[in-house]
Design a protein around this ligand. Structure first.
Ligand SMILES: Cc1ncc(COP(=O)(O)O)c(C=O)c1O
Length: 384
C-alpha cells in the first residue's frame, strides 16, 4: 500500500480524486474517497486472496481501529466498542438500562431518526420519552433544565443537528444531567472530525459516532465510547459473540459479557470497513481536526456572507461556536435545488426544506465561490 508523507489541510485535496470531476461539498452525508481509503480496500482484498482467512490479523485491525478512535475523543481503547453503525452501539446500550426507578428518557428535536426510534422502542420496556422542543434552529439550555429531573435515566442529544447544522450546548446540558443523576448519550456523528472532541471536557457518559462523514471512512463502521467504569454496571440484552469476555472460548452455556466497552459489540466485525475506517481516521489525524476547523470556519464565513448578498436565508446559527461544519440554506424547493446544482457538477444534499452545504478539509474558497455562483443562477429556488 502506498503510504504518503504527512498531510495538511492545504495539501490534502489531491488525495481525493473526485475533485478532478466535481465540486464535492457534501461531507455531512459522506466524506470524499481518498487514495488511502481506496488502497485500504485493495489491501483487504489482497490479504484475503493471499492468506485466505487471516482472522488474527483482522482482529488486530479491529483493535487498531478502536485505539485510533479513542485518540479522537480523548478516551482509552478499552472504553470503546467497535460497532457497525452508531445505532448498533446505542441500541445495546439502551437494552442495558432499567427504567423502573427512572423511567424518563429526554431527547431533543435535533435528533437523527435512529436516536428517536431507539429510545421510543424502549417504551416497550417501560421508558417514557420526553422531547425537548426547538425554537427555530436553536434549543435554549433552559428547556433541558425544565425537563431533566430525578426521574430521568438518560438524556440523549446530538452534538450537531443533521437538519440545520445547529450545535447543542453539550457541556451545559451534561452538567445539568449529571447533577440530577441522569446519564448523557452524545450522538457526535455530525461533529466528529469537524472540531476537536474530548469526552472529559464534554462530561458525557457515552459518545457514539461513525466514520463515513468527516472521518473519511465508508459505511459499515461505528464506535461507541463509554465512561470508564460504566460498562461493568450495565448488562446489555442485545448482544453477540464479539461482546463476550473471551470470544475464542466458543461457549454456548452462559452469557459472560466483556468487562470493557466491548460488551456493547455484537457479531463478526465489519473487517473491510475497518480497513477503510483506519485509513480515513489516520488521514484525518494527519490533516488535523483543529486545523480543519479553522479552515472550514473561514470557508463558511465566506459562504454565509455570499448567501446574505444574494438575499438568501441561512438557517444555521451565525455564531461559529454554535455550529458544526454544516451550513443550511432555506430553499423554496430543496430537492430541485440539489438537482440543479448537481447538473452543474456541484454535489450537495437537502433535509427538511434546507440545502445542506458541508465543507471539509479538502474544500477551497473556489468551491464556495462555485456554489455561490450557482446559487445566483438558481436564485428563484432560494427562500428569501
Ligand atoms: C447525527 C447522525 N446520527 C446518526 C447517523 C447515522 O447513524 P447510523 O450509523 O446508525 O446509521 C447520522 C447519519 O446519517 C447522523 O447524521
Amino acid at each position: 500500500m502506498a503510504v504518503r508523507a504527512s498531510e495538511s489541510v492545504a495539501g490534502c485535496r489531491s488525495r481525493f480524486p473526485i475533485f478532478e470531476r466535481l465540486t464535492y461539498i457534501n461531507s455531512c452525508s459522506q466524506g470524499a474517497l481518498s487514495d488511502s481509503v481506496r488502497a485500504a480496500y485493495d489491501h483487504y482484498l489482497t490479504g484475503w486472496d493471499e492468506r485466505g482467512a487471516p482472522w488474527e490479523y483482522w482482529v488486530e485491525r479491529a483493535e487498531t481501529a478502536r485505539a485510533t478512535f479513542a485518540r479522537f475523543v480523548g478516551g482509552e481503547p478499552d472504553d470503546v466498542a467497535v460497532t457497525t453503525s452508531l445505532s448498533a452501539g446505542v441500541s445495546p446500550f439502551a437494552s442495558a438500562l432499567d427504567f423502573k426507578a427512572r423511567p424518563k428518557v429526554v431527547i431533543s428535536d435535533f435528533e437523527f431518526p435512529t436516536i428517536g426510534q431507539i429510545w421510543h422502542a424502549q417504551e416497550l420496556r417501560g421508558a417514557e420519552v420526553v422531547h425537548v422542543h426547538a425554537d427555530g434552529a436553536e434549543i435554549p439550555v433552559e428547556r433541558f433544565d425544565d425537563v431533566i429531573d430525578e426521574q430521568t435515566a438518560v438524556v440523549s442529544i446530538a452534538a450537531v443537528c443533521y437538519r440545520n447544522g445547529s450545535r447543542l450546548a453539550v457541556e451545559e446540558i451534561a452538567k445539568i444531567a449529571r447533577e440530577r443523576g441522569a446519564l448523557v448519550v452524545l450522538d457526535a456523528y455530525q461533529a466528529i472530525g469537524t472540531y476537536p472532541l474530548d469526552v472529559g471536557e464534554l462530561g458525557v457518559d457515552v459518545l457514539a459516532a461513525g466514520v463515513l462523514k468527516y472521518l473519511l471512512g465508508s459505511a459499515g463502521l461505528g464506535f461507541m465510547w463509554t465512561r470508564p467504569g460504566l460498562s461493568e454496571r450495565l448488562v446489555p440484552t442485545q448482544t453477540g459473540w464479539f461482546a463476550d469476555q473471551n470470544i475464542f472460548e466458543m461457549d454456548i452455556n452462559d452469557y459472560s459479557p466483556s468487562p470493557t466497552a466491548r460488551r456493547f459489540q455484537s457479531g463478526t466485525p465489519p473487517v473491510p470497513s475497518i480497513y477503510a475506517g483506519i485509513a480515513g481516521l489516520e488521514l484525518m489525524e494527519e490533516i488535523g481536526v483543529a486545523e480543519t476547523r479553522a479552515h472550514v470556519t473561514a470557508l463558511n464565513e465566506r459562504l454565509i456572507g455570499g448567501v446574505d448578498e444574494l438575499g438568501g436565508v441561512v438557517v444555521t446559527p451565525r455564531d461559529p461556536e454554535q455550529r458544526g461544519a454544516l451550513v443550511c440554506i432555506r430553499s423554496t424547493d430543496a430537492p430541485q435545488l440539489v438537482a440543479a446544482l448537481g447538473d452543474e457538477g456541484i454535489v450537495t444534499s437537502e433535509r427538511d426544506g434546507n440545502l445542506r452545504i458541508s465543507a471539509h478539509a479538502y474544500n477551497t474558497e473556489g468551491d464556495i465561490d462555485a456554489v455561490l455562483a450557482a446559487l445566483a443562477r438558481h436564485r428563484g429556488l432560494l427562500a428569501t
